[in-house]
Every structure is written in structure tokens, then in C-alpha cells.
Design a protein around this ligand. Structure first.
Ligand SMILES: C[S@@+](CC[C@H](N)C(=O)[O-])C[C@H]1O[C@@H](n2cnc3c(N)ncnc32)[C@H](O)[C@@H]1O
Length: 280
């Protein structure tokens, strides 16, 4: 049974990392006229009120998007991300946070396509309401990992796959690796971004090892932590493993992550990682 609700976490430091990277990847794809296809295997509902009881319970957005809102000193990749949140709020005050499918929906052109998957029935109903009118968008209330494989390769042969599970089952850490391996066989040139939480560092070391074992090349890792790793339950950092990243991404993250770790690190104890896991 699925119990994770992104409405408790929307706009937190993990969303800042994930969505800054996704905006950078989408901006890169937008540089060419040729259409692309965006896949979001774990879409969520797409829009989160920051005045809801869920958002206000722990107020995670306060140490996330709120720290970046209305600042004039942001490095460009972070400014590009914040611009998307501003556009979603209609240039008014910050009241709603856009989920990944809304950011992609806002950035895509008429001929770019989106495939959105959300398994939770209620989240899917909300997602359908948010995206039923968006052009060239297919939404599905099924398992996003199976849905991804079923639609590979996209006819455009240009694409970006965001894999952003809630990791409610321990087996998800292996399923994402198996799915990427299968998908790469059908669509080798796509950009794939896998988000992961760091709750237990050993789990992530294992995930990294399993990614390396696939033999896939051209992999970078970006991580942002707001506190030191700890074996107590709770996420203190999160990361993105990006396969076939745009050649500009590493430089952009070298601008963004030192700033974010300083800005969002609790008591100045933030950290970041920028690593090439496998060269091209
Ligand atoms: C972390 S949230 C997604 C957040 C969203 N990607 C964003 O950045 O705004 C994960 C979502 O995946 C959904 N989910 C869990 N297992 C799934 C599966 N096998 N297939 C599709 N969706 C799933 C959950 O219901 C939840 O809404």
C-alpha cells in the first residue's frame, strides 16, 4: 500500500536539488528545435499548496524554496529554477509549489511530449485534473517503471527520463537500477535522472555499486546535504544520478551546489558532492 504523500515535503531542500537539475536538463534540450519527450515515472499530483495542513505540518519548504524566493544573488542555474516556480505562482507571492510534471509542462514546447505515471489513486485523480488539458501529454495510473519500458524508445529519439520514487519498499532501490538497464538498451542516448534520499549511507553506497555494475557509461552524481550523515531515521541529504547528462550540467552544478549547501545547510553544516561516476 502506498502511503507517501509529497504534499508534506514539496519545496524542501530535496526538491530544490531535483528541480534545479531538471530545469538545467530541460533548458539544454530546448536549445535545439527538434522535439523531445519527457518521462516522469513517479509524477505526484503536480501542484502543492504551501498553505495546506500537510505543508504546514513540518514546513519543509521553509528550508527549501522559501530561502531562495525573491533573492537577487542567485547563481544562474538556481535562478532558472526559481523563475519556473515564480511563473507557476503567476508572479504573485509564493503560495503553491510546482511538482516535476508542472515544471516540465510549463517549459515544454507544443510539439514536445510528456508521459506521466502516478500509481496512487487519489494522487492520480489530482494529477489528471491538473494535466487533462495539457497538449501532447499522456497520463497513466500504472506503475511508472513498467510504463517507461513499455514506451521506449520515444519516436523523437531525444528525451529526458525523471525517476523519482518514494522508496517505500526496500526493493525499489534495485527495481530502479533494473529499469534503467532495460530502458538504456532500448534508448541509449536519452538523459536519465534518478533521485535518491540519503537515509542510510550504506543503502546509497549499495545503489551506486549496482549502478556501476550495469556497465552503463557517462554517469554523474550530484548530492546536497543539509546536515551530516546519521544512522538515525530521517533524510539529511539527497542526490541525483544522471546518465548522459548535458555536457554543461557539471559546470552548472559547480555554481549551484556550493551556494545551496551554504544557504540550506543547518548551522552551516551543509555539504555537496559532484562526481563523475563513470566517464563517457
Ligand atoms: C517523490 S513523489 C513524486 C514527486 C514528483 N516527481 C515531483 O518532483 O514533484 C513519488 C510519487 O510516486 C508515486 N508512486 C509510488 N510508487 C509508484 C509507482 N510504482 N509508479 C508510479 N508512481 C508511484 C507516489 O504515490 C508519489 O506520488
Amino acid at each position: 500500500m502506498l502511503s507517501y504523500r509529497h504534499s508534506f515535503h514539496a519545496g524542501n531542500f530535496a526538491d530544490v536539488l531535483k528541480h534545479t537539475i531538471m530545469v538545467a536538463i530541460l533548458n539544454h534540450l530546448l536549445k535545439k528545435d527538434k522535439p523531445f519527450c519527457y518521462f516522469d515515472t513517479h509524477s505526484g499530483c503536480g501542484a502543492y499548496s504551501l498553505h495546506s495542513s500537510e505543508a504546514l505540518k513540518i514546513k519543509e519548504f521553509e528550508n527549501g524554496i522559501m530561502q531562495l524566493w525573491e533573492r537577487s544573488d542567485l547563481p544562474l542555474p538556481i535562478q532558472n529554477y526559481v523563475d519556473q516556480v515564480v511563473a507557476f505562482n503567476g508572479k504573485k507571492s509564493l503560495t503553491v509549489y510546482p511538482g516535476s510534471p508542472s515544471i516540465a509542462g510549463q517549459m515544454k514546447r507544443q510539439n514536445d511530449r510528456m508521459f506521466l505515471f502516478e500509481l496512487h489513486p487519489n494522487e492520480f485523480i489530482n494529477m489528471r485534473a491538473n494535466f487533462c488539458d495539457v497538449r501532447q501529454t499522456k497520463i497513466d495510473n500504472t506503475d511508472g517503471l513498467a510504463g517507461l519500458i513499455a514506451n521506449m524508445p520515444p519516436k523523437e529519439r531525444r528525451g529526458f527520463v525523471l525517476i523519482d520514487p518514494s522508496y517505500e519498499n526496500q526493493s525499489d532501490y534495485q527495481s530502479v537500477v533494473d529499469t534503467i538497464q532495460k530502458s538504456i538498451k532500448r534508448f541509449a542516448t536519452g538523459t536519465y535522472a534518478l533521485w535518491y534520499p540519503v537515509v542510510y549511507r550504506r543503502t546509497i553506497k549499495n545503489l551506486q555499486r549496482n549502478i556501476l555494475k550495469t556497465g552503463i557509461r557517462n554517469i554523474q552524481l550530484f548530492e546536497l546535504g543539509v546536515g551530516a550523515d546519521s544512522d538515525e531515521v530521517g533524510m539529511t541529504s539527497s542526490g541525483m544520478i544522471v546518465i548522459n547528462p548535458p555536457w554543461t550540467l557539471k559546470n552548472e552544478m559547480q555554481l549551484a551546489l556550493p551556494f545551496l549547501s551554504k544557504q540550506l545547510g543547518v548551522n552551516g553544516k551543509g555539504f555537496y558532492r559532484i562526481e563523475t561516476l563513470v566517464a563517457q
